[in-house]
Write a protein that binds this ligand. Structure first.
Ligand code: ZN
Length: 61
């Protein structure tokens, strides 16, 4: 086993590659499933890779 190197594509520095996350809203729906929403990283829009351009979307509030 060799040590894994980083993938060639640039990883988004904002989310470290974990571009989307399921967030529980608390409670369950009528089927008993956890109610979750999927949140995407605002910087990479859920892709997990950083853009080449230095413009960061979502930086302005
Ligand atoms: Zn990101």
């Amino acid at each position: 086993m060799t040590h894994r190197t980083r993938p060639p594509s640039r990883i988004c520095p904002n989310c470290d590659g974990f571009a989307s996350a399921a967030i529980t809203l608390g409670g369950r729906d009528h089927r008993g499933h956890l109610r979750t929403i999927t949140a995407h990283c605002p910087a990479c829009h859920g892709t997990g890779t950083a853009r080449r351009s230095p413009v960061q979307e979502g930086a302005r509030v």
